[in-house]
Design a protein around this ligand. Sequence first.
Ligand SMILES: Cc1cn([C@H]2C[C@H](O)[C@@H](COP(=O)(O)OP(=O)(O)O[C@H]3O[C@H](C)C(=O)[C@H](O)[C@H]3O)O2)c(=O)[nH]c1=O
Length: 182
Amino acid sequence: MKVIPLRLAGASVIEPIVHGDQRGFFMESYNQQVMQDEGITHTFIQDNQSLSADAGVIRGLHYQLNPKAQTKLIRVLTGAIYDVILDIRISSPTFGQWMSVILSEYNHRQLLVPKGFAHGFCTLVPNTQVLYKVDEYYSPLHDRGILWNDPTLSIDWPTSKAILSEKDKQQPLLKDAEINFN
Ligand SMILES: Cc1cn([C@H]2C[C@H](O)[C@@H](COP(=O)(O)OP(=O)(O)O[C@H]3O[C@H](C)C(=O)[C@H](O)[C@H]3O)O2)c(=O)[nH]c1=O
């Protein structure tokens, strides 16, 4: 497994070892000991899965407030996503900065998103299934979001049609969002 630190401190791309043969492939999509050996010591306690039926579905930008903030380990089972993370750690030198990574069933890449980041993705193909591990349970009371097309962020989402939940259509701008990350 290869861990590639990203320019937003704490975030990494993880590239698992893929064993291909004439049947297809096998990979250990998650191995706690291997992760710990790479310094990724989170204890993930919940697995999530979403299916997006169409390309252009945008889910996010979401986060949970402290003390229920979540580290997320994201991968794509089928399809492909343009995954976006936004640094919302108030004292971070990269506060308000975002970056994107393509995760797909073909590149097998995973994205480690630390606490203190808002997360979202845009599907690139129909029937995209995203799996992700989190190290804190879902807490609706602590669930927050930031508007996907906040003009101060100028996230260049790869879609002109943005299929959104009603909740995500009404998320606050970053300047109005409730944030409690140092
Ligand atoms: C996140 C979550 C949601 N739910 C319920 C709440 C709603 O009734 C339903 C759909 O939730 P939501 O619309 O928030 O799902 P997404 O828009 O896919 O949001 C997720 O995808 C973005 C990209 C993220 O990074 C977040 O982790 C997560 O919020 O599932 C649960 O029961 N447990 C959970 O852990």
